[in-house]
Design a protein around this ligand. Structure first.
Ligand code: FE
Ligand code: FE
Length: 297
């Protein structure tokens, strides 16, 4: 992949982060209701980790936890919002994203589109509504941020609120001691710069592909899909139940969808390549149902 600066990009591919999350959460969370038809992963259904990958993931988190400050998030928002970087359609963006092809996954020629289609197909096979299928297809397209020159730690990784105490449920929590906000008295308390129960829409999340894509597609998708896209990497919230004190009633309600979506995102990755020729006509029609030919990124 395009690694402009290896010091800032310790992962061989962005997918190493996703794979590491699957090591942390090897099985889907029971959702108490309708169970999507997903088999928990069998033994080593995804890549085995060499030490250099583990070291890369650790270094990735060090950079992420050190760099994601209130000031950094505000600067990224000023840089990208309102959207004005590029105008392109969903498929144009998908092609663009495929430039992220990396050397760590020789079996999969188009890893980004493969994950997009695998996620969407599992949702489709469960008979879920169209908006959920289309959200599955596009959910990681915010990773185009990498192609705009952003370092990996500002594109992927677990997301978390900035401007308040970092939950100990965040993986590699110890690296937050290197974050300049750690010693800022305004941000040190549990609520930090927020009012309890203010709702996540009023909370600044660490910057990455989730928040960015939410901003790109929010006008075209229902609120449930917006939540799924915006918070799919917020593992401290949706898996660990941290930051409950910031949520409002709508957040708690919508997180049912975020959790449902997580099962499809995390547990449908496989080495088996989807048959793109067979399924793409369906997805072309589906995307056209929700999106105009061209949108702002
Ligand atoms: Fe993602
Ligand atoms: Fe994903």
């Amino acid at each position: 992949m395009m690694n402009l600066n290896e010091d800032q990009n310790p992962l061989h591919s962005l997918d190493e982060w996703d794979d590491d999350v699957k090591l942390r959460y090897p099985a889907p969370e029971p959702d108490g209701g309708h169970e999507p038809s997903i088999e928990p992963p069998q033994d080593d259904s995804f890549r085995n980790y060499g030490n250099d990958v583990r070291d890369g993931v650790r270094e990735f988190y060090r950079l992420n936890h050190q760099g994601q400050t209130v000031d950094f998030v505000r600067a990224q928002r000023r840089k990208y919002l309102p959207l004005r970087t590029r105008r392109m359609g969903i498929w144009e963006a998908m092609d663009f994203l495929n430039e992220l092809v990396d050397d760590s996954d020789p079996d999969i020629a188009l890893p980004q589109i493969a994950h997009a289609v695998q996620t969407a197909e599992a949702i489709r096979q469960d008979g879920q509504p169209d908006w959920l299928i289309v959200a599955g297809l596009i959910h990681d397209m915010g990773k185009v941020l990498c192609l705009f020159g952003e370092p990996q730690w500002a594109v992927t990784g677990d997301t978390f609120p900035v401007g308040c105490r970092h939950s100990e449920k965040i993986v590699y929590h110890e690296f937050f001691q290197f974050n300049p906000d750690w010693n800022n008295s305004q941000y040190r308390s549990e609520d930090g710069m927020y009012e309890p129960g203010c709702g996540l829409d009023n909370v600044l999340m660490s910057w990455g592909h989730d928040e960015y894509l939410y901003q790109v597609v929010r006008d075209y998708l229902p609120i449930e899909a917006q939540y799924m896209i915006r918070y799919h990497s917020f593992y401290p919230g949706h898996r660990e139940r941290a930051y409950q004190h910031l949520l409002n009633a709508q957040d708690r309600d919508m997180f049912r969808w975020v959790r449902k979506f997580n099962r499809y995102d995390l547990y449908t990755k496989s080495e088996q390549q989807p048959d793109l020729d067979a399924v793409l006509p369906f997805y072309h029609q589906l995307v056209a149902q929700f999106f105009p030919d061209s949108i702002w990124w």
